[in-house]
Design a protein around this ligand. Sequence first.
Ligand code: NG6
Ligand code: CA
Length: 516
Amino acid sequence: MKFCKVSLLSAFILSACGQIEQPTQPDSPANSALATKPNVVIFYVDDLGYGDLGVYGAKGVETPNVDALAENGIRFTDAHTSASTCTPSRYSLLAGEHAFRKNARILKGDAPLLIGIDQPTLPRMLKKAGYKTAVVGKWHLGLGNGNVDWNQAIKPGPLEIGFDYSFLLPATGDRVPTVYMQNHHVLNLSKDDPISVNYKNKIGNRPTGNENPELVRQLPSDDGHSKTIINGISRMGWMAGGKSAEWVDENFYQVFTNKANNFIANNSDKPFFLFFSFHDIHVPRLPNKKFQGKSDMGLRGDAIVQMDWITGQVVNQLKSKGVLDNTLIIFTSDNGAVLSDGYEDRAIELVGEHQANGIYRGGKYSAYEAGTRVPTIVHFPNQVKPGVSDALMSQIDIYASLANYLDIDLADNEAIDSEIHTQAWLNADKGGRQELAEESATLSLRDGQWKYIRPMINGEKRAQYTWQRKQLETGTSSKPQLFNLAKDPSEQTNLASIYADRVAIMEAKLQQLEAK
Ligand code: NG6
Ligand code: CA
């Protein structure tokens, strides 16, 4: 459902600052509306939990660069990613629709592109409006058609769904191929040493974590992460060849920062959209030496420090190119926090007083609030009414809200789950959504401060299994769950049997949404 169109860009400037501005004229040679279109930068951190930033109460780690964005912008306390895992969340952000419509799940490193090449996307919408668009960092939305030859041009990918430039970590840091991709090609690949990847069977003769654990230099791993060893770390999946193209995890901080900052430098005279998608603070956590020991929490905390440093570098670049004031920055995460996620990096032992998910229950993978409630900050000098906002917000709405802000009409089949909440994104005093679906192994629904979690078969079994392996609560149950977050923000008391009517209504609403 789309809300009524609010107004043009100029009217937001007006409503945000309380000043009268000349309305923006449509494009014309003399008055190119492009000149007034703000740049858009989305900082998308991987697995950053609600409590992982200084401004959200972190203990044992400092994040001055991100905190500064919040202090001059809006900090949201009830903003959500669409799902409690990475691939579905990214799909929703870029497509403006729930990932369950595509049956999206966490992808393997050789999975095909999840977004259809004819599908409307956020970058394509902005590109049509005159933006230069780029994605730098983690992708994890699949590449190619299902049988990728990593030695050729790899298509379709980000360039086929609306990005002008891409510099990628193709899936995740813990999955092969452990190589960078620039546009259609693996970077620095030697023709004499072609690369191949397999997720079913071992290929090549490189040592694996399962067979040669003594060759793993750091971070012993679970079975799933014990395949090909690269840069001394065993990964998910097998990889052969491609030696010249291998990445060094400890250099990510510099490599991605440089690519992002080059893109900004090359495009500072036109409107641009940068989707800066961090590897941090996902596993394997291998921050550069420069950041090691800089938190009290070991590698996970040090990775947060690294993430903060990178953010500062990119913001400094915007400043030094003179475009920071004309840039809308959205800083957020793809899902809640997880401490142990396949590698023994002592995140649980060293966490101390720090609450990675704040007061919220669950975390990554979970149906409880901490699965999707993530740190979210909007920074846009002179354009936002700063402060702390408790509006119910969703990343899925960035698409329609930006379109609305830029006065771009969306087609009926475009971004079908994306609502216009431009005012709430820009003004800390405005309300956001009434309802919001949260995706995990099951579906949950927020209606104001009520939270319903749909029952699922074997919900307890799943919960128990995950708890044993990761000390993580999936929040799944074979019975319906209902919480009143106004009184019980940490979801301790299941009220479903007392409010059976409310449960029925909320389940019906979820079914309506699914059938849309
Ligand atoms: C899981 C992996 C986990 C991580 C995750 C993806 C296991 C047991 N766990 O399947 O380590 O790679 O996928 O994280 O294999 S995400 O942030 O990209 O969703
Ligand atoms: Ca993630």
